[in-house]
Design a binder for this molecule. Sequence first.
Ligand code: THU
Length: 162
Amino acid sequence: MPRIIKKEVSLTQYEADELDEVTQNLIETAKQSALRAYAPYSNFQVGAALLLDNGKIISGSNQENACYPAGLCAERVAFFSAKSQFPDCQILKVAIVAKPASQEQFKMATPCGSCRQVMSEYENNQEQHIKIYLPATDGSVYESDSVDNFLPFKFSNKDLNS
Ligand code: THU
């Protein structure tokens, strides 16, 4: 008999004022970063801001290129920047925001598959889970308590070693 293997994932929806000041500040930093995106081809601005366990906040925005695949998403710009400057740091939280360049309002965008894989690698290597914050258009904020919620049945270095 075939068996169904299930994995449950969940997000928690908060009102913005239910989040602590540090997290609200992280979201604001991600928004400021999105405004510095280099996105002349998609006109879609994305910002990511990471809180490290050393208290530092590292942010990034998407950087596009005339040779399209050479561009990089905001999340990977921020994660690679953080881990290249502070290789021993633990990443506690990441806020991710997005907005079409022609609009004032930010909208919720979940990370792409490649960024999920990159975030997952770093989460696997550290003791604590990385919390992800995604602000929505209605002012609420979705929180994920782990990258795993976005990448169930993930591929990791465990697969390479076994
Ligand atoms: N983008 C990100 O920065 N992060 C994502 O997770 C999804 C997509 C960027 C890549 C490209 O510059 C633009 O958004 C449109 O796909």
